[in-house]
Design a protein around this ligand. Structure first.
Ligand SMILES: *[C@@H]1O[C@H](CO)[C@@H](O)[C@H](O)[C@H]1NC(C)=O
Ligand SMILES: *[C@@H]1O[C@H](CO)[C@@H](O)[C@H](O)[C@H]1NC(C)=O
Ligand SMILES: *[C@@H]1O[C@H](CO)[C@@H](O)[C@H](O)[C@H]1NC(C)=O
Length: 359
């Protein structure tokens, strides 16, 4: 409380010391408790830079988001600045605080609490070190450096390595409103895909003719090979968009985004006999694992090249199999996760299990 009011008093005092030229200014550093210490900013400019536009991270891993600041001309002695990192989620929404630091003191916020710190390896190093990267951490990270009245920032995109997959409710096509779509992805160890993530997958060949929710509340679908029921022959390949839909009343499929978890493993459990859904769940448990979720199967297919021409149960009651190297009798000519939909639970199949490092 005291600090706040003192700062306000001081601020009103600043108006008395007018800058001597447009790009230089001068003020007393009252808050340091040493009124005689003056800071001169005559032609000294603060610069902030991130060196690269994006960094890539894996779920559960650590990552460093670069940011560096310096003065021109150089200062003779280092100065304490205020560094603030904020985050604009890839999924859309508002910019939120990640971390604020002054000198060696810092504070982190919300989901980032305890997971982030400033690197400070050398003077001017304001890189953000993040541990245990989560599925939702993708987005733009802004590094803002404040020194007195100077304020500069720079932005880096944190790209999470992952895979986008279309998902349909067990009851069939176009069954999910926005909330249901969110929930469906979460249940499959995934999150709603952002437009950027869908666009990336389209560039990598995702071709899907059913419209699905994205994280920003729009409904879209990616077409690489135009055909009549998917917007027509005349349209160029691209992302077809229905725009924003009513979050509660409108129902579609969904595009989920999943990422491999460090240390996690998906495998086909070689059964002595085919199993119904209950038996499949039990078989994974008896193997020290759990029945795999759809997001886990997609991540294993995309990132570890899981390739198996045997249909197996998954946690949501669907039956699928992953093909990395297409061949005869194993579905379409492109790599992909093949689906048999949601057969009756008494049908007999194999099973895909998921084991994490800790188990
Ligand atoms: C205040 O600043 C002067 C000049 O920079 C320095 O000599 C003195 O030690 C400082 N005092 C404190 C309490 O920091
Ligand atoms: C991430 O960093 C933490 C703390 O520095 C460390 O304990 C952990 O092993 C690191 N994890 C990985 C996957 O490198
Ligand atoms: C699966 O088979 C077991 C008997 O091995 C039976 O008890 C169970 O009800 C069956 N579950 C389903 C979903 O059919």
């Amino acid at each position: 409380m005291m600090i706040c009011c003192l700062a306000q008093l001081v601020l009103s005092g600043w108006a008395l010391t007018a800058p001597t030229s447009p790009d230089s200014f001068f003020y007393h550093n009252f808050l340091s408790g040493n009124v005689s210490k003056e800071i001169h900013f005559r032609g000294v400019k603060l610069h902030v830079d991130s060196a690269q536009p994006s960094v890539s991270a894996v779920r559960g891993g650590n990552t460093t988001v670069p940011c560096r600041f310096w003065y021109k001309p150089e200062l003779s002695s280092p100065r304490d600045v205020r560094v603030k990192w904020s985050w604009l989620p890839a999924a859309g929404g508002q910019e939120t605080d990640v971390l604020v630091a002054i000198g060696s003191d810092s504070r982190s916020f919300g989901e980032f609490r305890g997971r982030v710190q400033l690197r400070q390896d050398f003077p001017g190093d304001a890189a953000l070190v993040m541990t245990e990267v989560q599925l939702n951490d993708a987005g733009h990270y802004r590094c803002e450096v404040v020194d007195g009245l100077e304020d500069k920032s720079s932005s880096v995109y944190l790209d999470l390595q992952g895979v986008v997959f279309p998902y349909q409710h067990p009851h069939g096509q176009y069954h999910l409103n926005f909330r249901g779509a969110q929930q469906a992805c979460e249940e499959q160890d995934a999150t709603l895909a952002s437009f950027t993530q869908l666009f990336q997958s389209w560039k990598e060949g995702l071709n899907w003719c059913n419209a699905g929710w994205l994280a920003d509340g729009t409904v879209q679908y990616p077409i690489t090979r135009p055909r009549v029921p998917c917007g027509g022959h005349g349209l160029a390949p691209g992302i077809r968009s229905y725009g924003r839909r009513h979050l509660r009343l409108h129902r579609y499929d969904v595009f989920c985004f999943s990422s491999p978890s460090l240390g996690g493993k998906v495998y086909y459990l070689q059964p002595s006999h085919k199993m119904n859904l209950t038996e499949a769940q039990q078989a994974c448990q008896e193997d020290g694992a759990e029945i795999a979720k759809v997001g886990q199967l997609y991540a294993a297919w995309k990132f570890t090249g899981l390739d198996r021409c045997d249909a197996g149960w998954l946690a949501d009651g669907s039956v699928r199999y992953p093909i990395a190297k297409p061949r005869r009798h194993c579905g379409a000519s492109e790599p992909g996760v093949r689906s048999f939909g949601f057969p009756p639970p008494q049908h007999k199949h194999g099973v895909y299990c998921y084991k994490s490092d800790e188990e």
